[in-house]
Design a binder for this molecule. Structure first.
Ligand SMILES: [Zn+2]
Ligand SMILES: [Zn+2]
Length: 136
């Protein structure tokens, strides 16, 4: 079985996804920047039904409108996001996954919001807004 493991720094949150990744994307929106503390967020989604939460004792959630951000309340690692308009998926931060090289982004969301000093020399599709959830 194909499995994909992810964990936060303190291992209070550990997941195994027993399915293929669905969506891999860069997001340049302000909300992703703030929740990750990084100039751009890379995310990979898995179907909720195939995600096994092996540890979740320190899992915390921050609900902001239709978006819920998951993070670790012990080590502070950002973990994932969930959206009301995509109820079957959890979008994990690619850097939360144990093997981030396996999930190269295939597109950009909110491309016009990309920071001017951030250089990304790729030829991926650049969406004005999002393509996998309902736009804000
Ligand atoms: Zn942690
Ligand atoms: Zn975003």
């Amino acid at each position: 079985m194909i499995s994909h493991r992810g964990h936060c720094r303190c291992e209070g949150v550990v997941i195994l996804a027993n399915c293929e990744p669905e969506i891999t994307v860069f997001c340049h929106c302000d909300d992703c920047r703030r929740s990750s503390g990084a100039p751009v967020l890379a995310a990979v989604s898995f179907e909720k039904a195939h995600i096994e939460w092996q540890a979740s004792s320190t899992l915390a959630k921050y609900v902001n409108g239709s978006c819920t951000r998951l993070f670790c309340n012990q080590c502070g690692s950002p973990i994932a996001q969930e959206h009301e308009s995509a109820p079957t998926r959890t979008y994990f931060n690619t850097a939360f996954m144990d093997e981030p090289e396996r999930y190269p982004p295939t597109a950009h969301s909110y491309a016009p919001e990309q920071l001017a000093w951030l250089e990304l020399n790729d030829t991926l599709t650049r969406h004005e807004k999002t393509f996998s959830i309902e736009a804000k």
